[in-house]
Design a protein around this ligand. Sequence first.
Ligand code: 5AD
Ligand code: SF4
Length: 442
Amino acid sequence: MLKKDLKVILETYGCQMNISDSETIIAIIQTAGYRFTKNIMEASIILINTCSIRENAEKKIFSRLQYFQSFKKKGYKFIIGLLGCMAQRMKETLIKEYYVDLVVGPGSYLMLPTLIELAINGEKTINTNLSYDELYRTIVSLKSQKTNIFRFVPIMSGCNNFCSYCIVPYTRGKEKSRDLKNIINEIQILKKIGCKEITLLGQNVNSFFNKKDSIYFHNLLELIALMVPDIRIRFTTSHPKDMSDKTLEIIAKYDNICKHIHLPVQSGSSKILRAMNRKYTREWYLQLISSIRNIIPEISISTDLLCGFPSETELDHQKTISLMREIKFDSAFTFKYSERPGTYAAKYLSDNIPEIIKIKRLNEIVDLQLRTSLLRNKEHIGKTTEILIEGFSKRSKENLFGRTSQNKLVFFKKNDQQYIGNKIMIKIEKASATALFGKSLI
Ligand code: 5AD
Ligand code: SF4
């Protein structure tokens, strides 16, 4: 059978890095001659790009796996491959206990065509080698992304921080910065093909370092800002300990660097931060927020909050609440702790906060954040702000939406496709906790 007759379904779960990886995977597989489909009836290969960050993410993927396997039991002939973080974490177990045919970790995607062929020929196939250079991204990722307007550019991957709750250092391996030349080449091509917004991606973008030319993250940001003055630049994610004043000054200096920082704090209690191995205290983080706001007054700040970590008392939780009141984050991703096998916390700390308490604390955090986000968003009412238009609102084809430099979603009435990818000025009239609503001034 020709490869073009073998169709692939690819499903993606998890973070932006996984979405970006899937774009690379699509390009690799297409180059090898395979076609894609969404229809299970005509699929020969089902690939699931997985996430391990929380137990719930894995549960969802296991139920998806069961769903596909139920078709196999009915006689459908396809192979199932698990890619990404679960592949890296669970390795052979996925083959032995979950009857997966192909297991490929995030360092081995370049070998996918060969690995798929082995699996199709009936060999249970696994490759979770993390040592590969990620150079290949440049060669392939350019061909595959859905839109030319908004593009991810991976600049590093992996993490050396070993926060005690987190599986990422085990599934993504050590920090590796991408070659500077490849990043620059990719951005030059993006400029040519009409890209309007680039998000620099990495588990820890601020640790980017190019040894050969002694280029740090702030140097890279400046280089890109100067190279593509008409393209918006975003980056994610940053560890607070690596957010330098130099980086803040570069963000302040260039209009095309978006005025939004995602800065996961996790907890407001220094005792819990120490147990999490976050390498900063509550006071240090507060100080950092005040420097950020001094250097970039128009900045918006979002965060990640993680409650119910082992030994978190009500007092610790109230410290998180008071930190949130003090900082007033623009938005937050909120989580309750789930133990991840293999992490320091799973090995040495008891998951001793009852589920019901975790849920109660999470609800309190979510409630407060919704109220704060609403207040923050209401501050924009009456102001005029520039947005980059992303597309039609899912709810109504009469409305377009875009984002401000501060990463606020803005909806406005207009039903003209040709505006997508353009910047326009909007007068903000209304706000909810998650979005702004306004009138276009064109
Ligand atoms: N349980 C719950 N949330 C977690 N995160 C990371 N590991 C866990 C875990 N074991 C959250 C952190 C991190 C975000 C990406 O996911 O808040 O910043
Ligand atoms: Fe995980 Fe901490 Fe690394 Fe973020 S910095 S990926 S939370 S270990």
